[in-house]
Design a binder for this molecule. Structure first.
Ligand code: HEC
Ligand code: HEC
Length: 170
């Protein structure tokens, strides 16, 4: 009786651990082609920051990408589209942030900016405008200006350092 009891406890802690195991941020970018082509003008936004429909819509409009021409060679277009699709938020549910982004979005693909997603807006709504609209930051699209570990896909509060303000503690 006692043994069965202990065994049950052992098994359930094992499962509890397994279920609650989540990687904290989003999967880091390792794709060289993506870095070369999509991080020439800005930070290499991780695919896990948007659902696949949003990436598809963005890729379909590269000739007018936020006002600039970001068109690619056919071959690169295909490879990058696949990379974004395979690693989009709803396919990276082991990562806590991707899961939240995917869950809080109507996945109709209307939103193509990370900074316009409901999850992103909610997380950043308490930041005073003067911290965002300063020359060291420029805008919320500039993740690396405040998130010191953004390249690693880590966006934890303890790693935030806002220029001309310092650590963020709310
Ligand atoms: C020629 C420059 C250029 C290239 C190349 C480029 N982008 Fe951009 N991208 C921009 C600009 C400009 C913006 C608007 C925000 C800004 O000012 O950085 C932007 C914004 C974005 C945003 C939205 C950021 C936000 O505000 O949430 C994403 C996501 C993005 N780009 C992904 C990509 C991907 C994927 C590629 C490769 C296929 C790519 N970009 C290539 C210039 C570029
Ligand atoms: C002006 C500085 C600033 C910029 C730029 C910025 N963030 Fe943040 N971000 C913050 C702050 C501050 C918080 C914490 C907000 C709070 O807890 O009230 C935060 C929170 C987050 C969170 C939630 C983290 C958590 O542990 O809950 C994520 C994810 C995130 N940011 C991603 C991004 C991404 C991706 C970009 C770029 C597209 C970005 N941020 C741009 C300052 C910034």
């Amino acid at each position: 009786m006692r043994l069965i009891f202990l065994f049950t406890i052992f098994i359930s802690t094992l499962f509890a651990d397994w279920y609650s195991y989540k990687k904290p941020g989003v999967a880091p970018v390792q794709n060289k082609l993506y870095i070369n082509e999509c991080a020439a003008c800005h930070f290499a936004y991780q695919p896990g920051l948007l659902p696949s429909n949003s990436w598809k819509k963005m890729m379909a409009g590269l000739d007018n990408h936020f006002g600039v021409d970001a068109t690619l060679l056919d071959e690169d277009f295909k490879a990058i589209s696949k990379y974004l699709d395979d690693n989009s938020a709803e396919k990276a549910l082991a990562y806590k942030r991707s899961k939240k982004i995917a869950r809080t979005m109507r996945n109709d693909g209307d939103i193509i900016a990370i900074t316009k997603t409901p999850y992103f807006i909610k997380e950043h709504r308490e930041i005073p405008k003067r911290f965002i609209n300063q020359k060291e930051v420029k805008g919320l699209f500039n993740c690396t200006a405040c998130h010191t570990t953004a390249q690693k896909g880590i966006y934890s509060e303890k790693d935030i350092l806002i220029p001309n303000y310092g650590k963020w503690d709310d």
